[in-house]
Design a protein around this ligand. Structure first.
Ligand code: SF4
Ligand code: SF4
Length: 175
């Protein structure tokens, strides 16, 4: 069932809407009230090209207070966090931050997260990076390391246990 089908049956959840708007205000992001549904965010959305995610509809659903429907929809996990919607919005609204808030609420409520996110989390916890440092393949099919491209070395946590404890503390505070 699509998110639009779900929301056609939904009731407004004013408290949850307030929670997300408070969070956006703390981040100094403008809240959904200022959205005039121009869909500029959606026209540049990388996930919309392949999937159903339409950031302007996410903002509209937040305005209507249909939060549970979004928290329980798989569509929120298709956002690639490219931040294009935030850059393109003439009203300085950040649909991407709304999606972060919805994902945080899903995790806080114990909802199962997609496997890829668990892999990324494990990688961040173990080495501070979303994936290990990669070599790149050039047009001539030769591979190059960061140093070959004059890129600085990336550091990894010197004390992984301390790093993990600190990271988890911040994650819990931000949820
Ligand atoms: S670009 Fe901004 S104002 Fe336009 S629909 Fe998206 S969030 Fe709303
Ligand atoms: S951050 Fe997410 S919602 Fe925004 S444009 Fe990128 S993929 Fe789309």
């Amino acid at each position: 069932m699509s998110i639009v089908d779900l929301t056609s049956m939904g009731e407004s959840q004013a408290e949850l809407r307030k929670e997300i708007n408070d969070r956006l205000s703390r981040l100094q992001e403008d809240v959904s009230d200022y959205c005039y549904q121009c869909a500029k965010c959606t026209s540049g959305c990388e996930a919309h090209k392949l999937l159903e995610l339409e950031p302007h509809k996410i903002v509209a659903l937040l305005k209507r207070g249909l939060i549970d429907e979004m928290v329980n929809s798989d569509i929120i996990w298709t956002c690639m966090s490219c931040f294009k919607c935030r850059e393109r919005c003439p009203q300085k609204i950040a649909p991407v931050e709304i999606l972060f808030a919805l994902k945080n609420m899903a995790v806080a409520s114990g909802k199962q997260i997609p496997g890829k996110y668990s892999t990324i989390l494990q990688s961040v916890l173990s080495m501070g990076l979303i994936q290990d440092i990669q070599e790149v393949t050039m047009r001539d099919t030769k591979t190059k390391k960061r140093g070959d491209l004059d890129l600085p070395a990336l550091s990894k946590p010197s004390d992984p246990a301390k790093f993990q404890a600190g990271l988890m503390k911040i994650a819990v505070e931000k949820l």
